[in-house]
Design a protein around this ligand. Structure first.
Ligand SMILES: Nc1ncnc2c1ncn2[C@@H]1O[C@H](COP(=O)(O)OP(=O)(O)OP(=O)(O)O)[C@@H](O)[C@H]1O
Ligand SMILES: [Mg+2]
Length: 240
């Protein structure tokens, strides 16, 4: 589904991504981990057209997506959440999700009422209880993260990029959120790449893990393989 070939992204002299190669198959649930500043969000920005890579090639379902603007990439079926929630603050929660339904996906000709019903179904589906009047400013961290997820899902993606969707949540909220992610994968059949620092829930859910460090892929494999990998242990804990 997704092939990233030798992708680099430099900010001046800083290599945020260096010759990254990775593949994701349709239907996979992949964890993308790495210490702070290792390039995870930059990779999402490159995959969604927010940033153009310095070099390399990316294909998504056979389309070369480098150089496409974000809305075109979204129309092809890639949606993402933002690490720092970015709701449209003057619009209600439902309207934020309607925006995903109307403009994000392949159904951009939908009427407002149709989109509203779809947005309400989408919110219900991810277990988010709000009224039509609820504004993003009334939500706590868990609600804002859930809204990011709802707005992304509303675009009907084939590939969903999650950037720290459980960060800042308490244990109960994490367990609710992870069961939502499991349903998105199992029942909706959406392929997921999940960036997260909270390892327990990630390792429980994902089928494969890719590890970045200083912009390079340093390990890749099953959860037990990467958690035993010396380079991964060193990247997280430092060498002796
Ligand atoms: N727009 C930008 N301009 C300049 N430098 C940037 C920009 N975006 C990211 N960087 C730098 O690129 C590197 C990778 O950042 P990135 O945000 O991708 O890391 P990350 O793995 O998502 O980290 P975290 O786990 O803290 O979210 C960092 O050194 C960061 O400061
Ligand atoms: Mg990040």
């Amino acid at each position: 589904m997704l092939e990233v070939h030798s992708v680099s992204k430099y900010f001046g002299g800083l290599g945020a991504l260096k010759e990254v190669d990775l593949r994701v198959n349709e239907g996979e649930f992949v964890g993308l981990i790495g210490p702070n500043g290792s390039g995870k969000t930059t990779l999402f920005n490159v995959l969604t057209g927010v940033l153009k890579p310095t070099s390399g090639k990316i294909t998504f379902m056979g389309h070369d997506i480098i150089g496409l603007i974000p809305d075109k990439i979204c129309h092809l079926g890639i949606a993402r959440t933002f690490q720092i929630p970015r709701p449209f603050k003057t619009m209600s929660v439902v309207e934020n999700v309607m925006l995903g339904v109307m403009f994000g996906g392949r159904y951009s000709t939908r009427s407002g009422e149709d989109a509203r019903q779809e947005a309400l179904r989408c919110l219900d589906n991810i277990g988010m209880k709000v009224t039509e009047a609820t504004m993003p400013g009334e939500l706590g961290v868990a609600g804002l993260r859930r809204l990011e997820l709802g707005r992304a899902l509303a675009t009907r993606p084939k590939l969903l990029l999650l950037d720290e969707v459980i960060s800042g949540l308490n244990a109960e909220e994490i367990s609710e959120a992870t069961s939502v992610l499991k349903r998105i994968k199992d029942e909706m059949g959406i392929t997921i790449i999940w960036v997260e620092h909270i390892m327990g829930p990630l390792m429980n859910l994902v089928e494969r893990v890719i590890v970045l460090d200083y912009g390079e892929v340093i390990a890749e494999g099953t959860t037990s393989e990467v958690s035993r990998d010396e380079r991964v242990i060193e990247a997280y804990l430092g060498a002796e």
